[in-house]
Write a protein that binds this ligand. Structure first.
Ligand SMILES: Cc1cc2nc3c(=O)[nH]c(=O)nc-3n(C[C@H](O)[C@H](O)[C@H](O)COP(=O)(O)OP(=O)(O)OC[C@H]3O[C@@H](n4cnc5c(N)ncnc54)[C@H](O)[C@@H]3O)c2cc1C
Length: 380
């Protein structure tokens, strides 16, 4: 008989797990707090790597759908200083890491899952090894396996370990520019088809531009800021003028070629304080409960690996469940060992980059790192 499985969270990890299980005759139930697939904007674009993100989509049977949306020219990359001096450029080079918008990734995963599997508007407030308790008042129990794919602030994590995320020292402000070719032609030309990262490491400031689909550009102003800066700074995050005034002061001595984004973005900004779990984390495996994705190894985005490892976790756990449906405890342990091993280098790199990009000499060291990474790719 198929095991009865609960997945908490319909992010990339939870959806990929549900998709692979359904494809292999095991129907889980996914509990998601969002009221619907379109309840909130999903954010920017993600590059998916061959052995992890892309392999997981292949296990979902979604390679053709991925290729429909994948932007291979999105791999272009420019690195500059705050004056706009370009120190490093990759153009028209295959790095094996095409970009896809989060909305599109979510859509293709959702379309691969039969109706009724996902229960929207179910916000988990607490859990035991047997029971899920929801904000809406009801509870669910009787599962052979509970998977926490509920991201940074997982309510399932405490069933595996008592470690909490800590603030990384960096906060990002996400800005969006639309219809860029007609409304923001200068910035559109500067950014090009892929990513444009500008560093003022000495000042703890970065502007990270990212081409998205639909003639859209996202820009993240990442800054070294104290914990709770978003709340304590006095910025009114509903007021574009208040946001612009604060960012203008933070980026006052940047070239207008780049800082013009502060004047030109559409006025709605998402503020993202970045949290992380320790780069190495493991726990004694449980018999009926596990966690995957950010719930298990939250890291800052500076290695570009979070979603890739999350998707790989889903693939590895699904494979173990499908191979050993009668030995869930064994499946959990095998998948966790793979997950811990797969996540530790990525998490260490993300943490190293979190320090390095915002300290003196960070720009030059980042250049060295990218050059080494490209050499390695060439060798393969
Ligand atoms: C600014 C930024 C940029 C990033 N850029 C990149 C990048 O370029 N490349 C990359 O690889 N990674 C990137 N990441 C990381 C990436 O977004 C995550 O690693 C990835 O989304 C993890 O997927 P997940 O499914 O584990 O968790 P999530 O995407 O967080 O999904 C968790 C899901 O669980 C739901 N949920 C949460 N709590 C509950 C609850 N109590 N009850 C029910 N449902 C719940 C949420 O609504 C959500 O749908 C970035 C992250 C940030 C913040």
């Amino acid at each position: 008989m198929s095991p009865k499985i609960a997945i908490v969270g319909a992010g990339p990890a939870g959806l990929a797990l549900a998709s692979i299980l359904c494809r292999n005759g095991i129907t889980p139930t996914v509990f998601e707090s969002d009221a619907s697939p379109t309840a909130r904007p999903q954010g920017g674009s993600l590059d998916l790597h061959p052995a992890t993100g892309q392999a997981a989509l292949a296990a979902c049977g979604l390679t053709p759908q991925f290729e429909k949306y994948a932007r291979y020219d999105g791999q272009d990359f420019i690195l500059s200083d705050k004056k706009g001096n370009r120190l490093f450029e990759i153009k028209d080079q295959e790095t094996g890491r095409p970009e896809i918008d989060r909305e599109q990734l979510r859509r293709i995963l959702l379309d691969s899952i039969p109706e009724g599997v996902i229960r929207w508007g179910q916000h988990l407030v607490s859990a035991t090894q047997d029971t899920l308790q929801f904000k809406e008042g009801h509870s669910e129990s009787g599962f052979d396996l509970i998977v926490g794919a509920d991201g940074a602030w997982s309510k399932i994590r405490p069933l595996c370990c008592y470690v909490n995320p800590f603030y990384s020292g960096i906060t990002g402000v996400e800005m969006t520019l639309r219809e860029t070719s007609t409304k923001h032609p200068e910035l559109s030309k500067t950014v090009g088809n892929g990513s444009f990262f500008a560093f003022a490491s000495e000042d703890g400031r970065v502007l990270q531009f990212q081409r998205n689909d639909n003639d859209t550009i996202k820009c993240y102003a990442f800054m070294r800021k104290p914990d709770n800066w978003a709340k304590n700074s006095g910025i009114d995050w509903q007021d574009p003028q208040s946001i612009r005034a604060s960012l203008k002061s933070d980026y006052a001595d940047w070239t207008p070629e780049l800082s013009r984004v502060i004047e030109e973005f559409d006025g709605t900004a998402a503020v993202r304080p970045l949290y992380t779990l320790p780069p190495i984390l493991r726990w004694p495996s449980q018999k009926k409960v596990t966690i995957i994705g950010d719930a298990a190894h939250l890291m800052t985005p500076f290695a570009g690996e979070g979603v890739n490892i999350a998707l790989a976790d889903a693939m590895n756990l699904a494979k173990e469940i499908i191979a050993h449906p009668d030995d869930i405890a064994g499946a959990i342990h095998e998948a966790e060992v793979k997950m811990w091993d797969g996540a530790k280098d990525a998490a260490a790199l993300a943490w190293e980059n979190t320090l390095l990009r915002y300290e003196p000499g960070g720009l030059e060291k980042t250049m060295e790192r990218v050059t080494t990474m490209l050499k390695k790719l060439d060798e393969h």
